[in-house]
Write a new protein. Structure first.
Length: 273
């Protein structure tokens, strides 16, 4: 057994997801719905008909309904994907909980045929920044310390770099920001629970929080991040990662020093005689 510290308590995450799956018609799955809609839109822009897609996710029922022709597998450390069996692999709303995101991408890449498309969607670093700030402010004020209460999520630049490390070509990373409003902090936490995004960090506090911690965080949240009609606002950032398995038909960068036209000439700039 490895002594390497783990980010996620997988047993707790499984419990939280099971609880959420009992409420899959709940509007809280709007984040998954938004991700799925955006992925479908992006696939229409690819001049390709995918015949053997696969989806890696912690919410199999939802994504199976979204992509009924896809092979759907869980986001376990070892993915049950057959090497070279797919022309499209989607890693759907699960990569942020992985202890080894590069390993997840490598396994997805191995499951793709040459010139196959990999597409991942996951919450990014700006997600719930309001909640993170308010909990930290309240806990520091009441206890003088901080506890890991919200999952640390990657920034787009760092996440985009994973594509190259996984050996994927033509890498692209971009983001979509969504803003939701809630009645109060309790309403927001209820929504996160219904999405299976409750705190499943291995290093999370294992004791009951002080009664006044969330009351103080709620007060600070309402004062700092108000929305219309006395509600509060919350940010969700969805990051999309796209890459292809190598193929001879793909565009390739020129070898350094092989250019035959000067940049100044291409730009029409005047140069000293």
């Amino acid at each position: 057994m490895s002594d390497r510290p783990t980010l996620t308590d997988r047993a707790a995450l499984a419990r939280f997801r099971l609880r959420a799956k009992r409420r899959q018609d709940d509007p809280a799955l709007f984040l998954h719905s938004a991700a799925a809609l955006e992925i479908k839109e992006r696939l229409t822009e690819v001049n390709r008909r995918f015949t053997s897609p696969a989806v890696v996710t912690g919410f199999a029922d939802f994504w199976r309904q979204t992509f009924p022709d896809a092979t759907v597998v869980g986001d376990d450390a070892t993915l049950t994907l057959v090497p070279g069996a797919h022309d499209l692999v989607i890693h759907a709303m699960a990569l942020h909980w992985s202890d080894d995101p590069v390993g997840q991408l490598i396994q997805c890449a191995r499951a793709l045929r040459p010139d196959g498309l990999f597409l991942a969607v996951l919450p990014g670093g700006r997600s719930l920044h309001e909640l993170r700030a308010c909990l930290a402010e309240a806990e520091a004020r009441l206890t003088g310390g901080l506890s890991p209460r919200v999952l640390p999520m990657g920034e787009i630049r760092d996440l985009g770099g994973l594509l190259g490390r996984a050996g994927l070509a033509l890498p692209v990373a971009d983001a979509l920001t969504l803003t939701a409003s809630y009645r109060d902090l309790t309403h927001l936490c209820t929504d996160l629970r219904a999405m299976g995004e409750t705190n499943a960090l291995s290093a999370r506090p294992r004791h009951f929080s002080r009664r006044n911690l969330f009351a103080e965080a709620a007060r600070h949240y309402a004062a700092t991040y108000p929305a219309d009609d006395g509600r509060i606002s919350a940010t969700y950032e969805l990051i999309f990662l796209t890459g292809w398995t190598a193929h001879e038909s793909q565009q390739k960068p020129l070898r350094p020093g092989s250019a035959i036209t000067r940049l100044a000439a291409a730009l029409g700039a005047k140069t000293p005689d």
